[in-house]
Design a protein around this ligand. Structure first.
Ligand SMILES: [Zn+2]
Length: 293
């Protein structure tokens, strides 16, 4: 159990993980392919899979009540199959008290606009996740503008990847993936042109954390989460902003199953020094507001 007093004081686990992937073969092996094996090797581990009952139990044991489960479609750029949006919706339906489902849209596919509409109108998914490095696209490019307008009109939030990626790490050419697409400055353009689009930049955006903090400060519609990094390694300035000027904008996330909730929360307690008020904001209040829960 985490040693965070405010979590233990709650009757119901209330913390919200803004960033979780499937711990199953659909994501880790099929969609992840060789670039995921590179990432696992980088961290000195192998790829293991388990089911959603085990995931749910792990979260509840850690004091977390809900998780945003993200879809994935980088098929055009990587050749790997997507985690289908119908699958995400199915799993969400099976665990509807626990999971919030986000669709994955490949912006390089001809039917991306229709698929975005179908995700919200037919599948009742709650938002979208993009991983610009794996998907190989620049979100500020004019050809994607119609997609952002569509999502803005649908009235659901988007999660963009922020910063470098460990996918393909160490392999020759990094499996062809281009880090530049993870620069949050490309998201600033989208935020400026779509003021009603609510944007969450996932992860402290190494090596562009300063740019990310500037965007979150200047754009009312841009937020960030702390996923993908164990608290011990999060940039000092990010933590400082999370407790001060951005205290209403920074959220807790893991990047499950690559980072496990109990370990993240243990380190959050050990390596950060936030007031109870700020811990509550980071662990659930800001997410409740952002996701409209
Ligand atoms: Zn992720």
């Amino acid at each position: 159990m985490p040693r965070i007093p405010i979590l233990e004081a709650e009757d119901e686990p209330r913390a919200i993980d803004t960033h979780a992937h499937q711990p199953t073969a659909e994501f880790l092996r099929d969609a992840g392919g060789e670039m995921m094996q590179d990432a696992a090797k980088k961290f000195g581990t192998d790829i293991y899979t388990w089911d959603y009952d085990a995931m749910l139990e792990e979260y509840h044991d850690a004091g977390i009540g809900r998780a945003v489960m993200l879809g994935w479609d980088a098929e055009t750029n990587t050749g790997n199959p997507p985690v289908p949006n119908d699958y995400v919706a199915e799993v969400r339906d099976d665990y509807s008290d626990f999971l919030i489902g986000f669709g994955g849209i490949d912006p390089l596919k001809d039917d991306c606009i229709e698929e975005a509409q179908r995700c919200v109108e037919d599948l009742d998914l709650s938002g979208f996740k993009f991983q610009q490095i794996a998907q190989g696209f620049d979100p500020s490019a004019p050809e994607h503008d119609e997609l952002w307008s569509t999502i803005e009109d649908l009235g659901v939030p988007v999660v963009f990847h922020g910063g470098n990626s460990t996918l393909g790490a160490g392999s020759p050419g990094g499996r062809g993936l281009k880090i530049k697409y993870g620069n949050p400055m490309l998201i600033d353009d989208v935020a400026a042109e779509h003021p009603d689009l609510q944007i969450l930049i996932a992860h402290p955006a190494f090596p562009w954390e300063k740019q990310q903090l500037a965007i979150c400060q200047q754009k009312g519609n841009v937020y960030m989460d702390l996923s993908g990094w164990l608290p011990k390694y999060i940039d000092e300035q990010v933590l400082h902003y999370a407790g001060t000027v951005l205290k209403d904008k920074v959220m807790f996330g893991t990047d499950y199953p690559m980072i496990r909730p109990e370990k993240w929360l243990d380190q959050f307690e050990e390596y950060t020094d936030f007031s109870d008020e700020v811990e509550r904001k980071i662990l659930w209040e800001n997410a409740e507001t952002f996701f409209g829960l």
